[in-house]
Each structure stands twice: as structure tokens, then as C-alpha cells.
Write a protein that binds this ligand. Structure first.
Ligand SMILES: C[S@@+](CC[C@H](N)C(=O)[O-])C[C@H]1O[C@@H](n2cnc3c(N)ncnc32)[C@H](O)[C@@H]1O
Length: 245
């Protein structure tokens, strides 16, 4: 990703409506399924960047933040003292099998670094303990190509079933697969047409979420997600459990 994008992510993480909502969403989908953390609990924030979406995990227990970008690794520990930054390629992690109690991977498989997302997910599963959870969140709506995708070096976007297949294809039991941020699809599609061919970041846009409206819609969607899975969304998520344990 462009270095400016990391700076924007680090600056916006505390107050940008999308980051705040996404931490809540991940906490509800993954956090409520995690056993109480102990002194030996170890999590992996895979491709954690500056810790904008995964820091809640590092607030619960020691969390290795594995990323390729040195700027991100220098910034993440300021997001949570629980972070242990490690420069690593997700496709070849140095950690032994079954090291982590849970693995979070938010917006990484879309990236040009990961030519074979299934192989990347298998590597995340290898380092997860039997019985542990792996949570994937990626850009949704396959055919959309947004100006933000150019800035973030996107190679692909995913459908909900793409993510579910990646989970099953890595021999995980599928716990959940859902869309999220469904209400953002129409404006994102319109903006993609209006700004076709441009490279612009979403991160410094609408930090307050249109006077709080987008945060309210996200909260309403999270309430729905407590009861149902959504078939699509501007983001898609899948949670899998490694058999055994
Ligand atoms: C859009 S950022 C997301 C960061 C963070 N997960 C978040 O949600 O804020 C994508 C990150 O994935 C990292 N990344 C992508 N593929 C990677 C790989 N194979 N190994 C290590 N880092 C990777 C990039 O360096 C970048 O920091």
C-alpha cells in the first residue's frame, strides 16, 4: 500500500466511523466466541497494518501483529501495548504449527502480495491451534473496482461464498459467513462510476460518517447480524474453527 495510506489509517483509527464500527463488528462476530484470555493466550493479527481494526484483540491478550510494511510495524504498538510486531509474509510465517489461539485477518487476501488466497489461508490455519478460530474480512462485491482499491493495491474483491469456500478449503469448520456494510454498496457503486480511473482513499473522507448517520446504520446492521447472515455487503466476513482441540 502507499505510505500515505498507512499515515491516514493511523491518524483516523480512533475516530473514523468505519474503524470504530468495524472493531465493534469484529468484537461481536469473533470476540464473543473466544474463551476468556489467560496469561498464555496468544492471538495473531495477520496483516494487521497499523492496528486500526485488530487492536481490540491486542487489548485482550498478547497479539502478534504480522505485516510486511515497516511503517505499520512501528505504528501498531502505539495502538495497543499488547501488540508484538513482526515483519513477516503471511504466505510463509516463521511461527510453528498451532501457535495462536485465534487468527484475525482483515483486508489482506485482496492484496496483490497474495497471488493464491487459498494458500495464504492455509498458512493462517497452520499456525492456529486446534479448536481455535480464524476470522477473515475482505472487500465485497467482486465486480466493483473502486478508486480506493487502486490506493490499497487491490488485486481482487470477494463474494460471501468466495470467503466461505476459502474457509472450507483450508479444512476449517465454517462458523459464519456474512456480508456487512450492505448500505454502502449503492453509494460505493455510484462513486466508482463517477471516479472511474482515479486513485483516491476513503480513509480521510466522511470521518464522522455524514454526521453520525453511517454509524447509526452500521449499528442497526450489527443488530440484524446478531440474528441473520447477510448474503452480500461492501465487506464480507467468514469465521472458521480448526477441528480438534
Ligand atoms: C488494507 S491494510 C489492512 C490493515 C489492517 N488489517 C486493518 O484492517 O487496518 C492491508 C495490509 O496487509 C498487509 N499485507 C498484505 N499481504 C500481506 C502479506 N502476504 N504478508 C504481510 N502483510 C501483508 C499490507 O502490508 C497492509 O499493511
Amino acid at each position: 500500500m502507499e505510505l500515505d495510506e498507512y499515515r491516514r489509517m493511523a491518524a483516523a483509527a480512533d475516530h473514523h466511523w468505519w474503524y470504530r464500527s468495524t472493531r465493534e463488528l469484529l468484537g461481536e462476530l469473533l470476540g464473543t466466541r473466544l474463551p476468556a484470555a489467560t496469561a498464555t493466550t496468544l492471538y495473531l493479527d495477520a496483516a494487521g497494518g497499523t492496528g486500526a481494526t485488530g487492536r481490540w484483540l491486542a487489548d485482550r491478550a498478547t497479539t502478534v501483529l504480522a505485516d510486511w510494511e515497516p511503517y505499520a510495524l512501528a505504528t501498531a504498538p502505539t495502538a495497543s501495548a499488547g501488540y508484538r510486531p513482526v515483519r513477516a509474509d503471511l504466505n510463509a510465517l516463521a511461527h510453528p504449527d498451532a501457535t495462536f489461539d485465534a487468527v484475525l485477518c482483515v483486508t489482506a487476501l485482496y492484496h496483490q502480495m497474495n497471488a493464491d488466497p487459498q494458500a495464504t489461508v492455509r498458512e493462517l490455519v497452520r499456525v492456529c491451534r486446534p479448536g481455535g478460530l480464524v476470522c477473515l474480512m475482505e472487500p465485497g462485491v467482486r465486480r466493483l473496482r473502486r478508486p480506493h482499491d487502486v490506493v490499497t493495491h487491490a488485486a481482487r474483491r470477494f463474494s460471501r461464498s468466495d470467503l466461505a469456500e476459502l474457509v472450507r478449503g483450508a479444512d476449517l469448520e465454517l462458523v459464519r459467513a456474512t456480508g456487512a456494510y450492505t448500505f454502502l454498496i449503492p453509494p460505493a457503486a455510484a462513486l466508482a462510476v463517477l471516479h472511474r480511473g482515479e486513485a483516491t482513499s476513503d480513509v480521510d473522507r466522511h470521518e464522522g460518517g455524514l454526521g453520525g448517520l453511517l454509524g447509526v446504520l452500521a449499528r442497526a446492521e450489527r443488530a440484524a447480524l446478531r440474528h441473520v447472515d447477510l448474503p452480500f455487503g461492501l465487506s464480507v466476513l467468514a469465521v472458521g474453527r480448526k477441528p480438534g482441540g
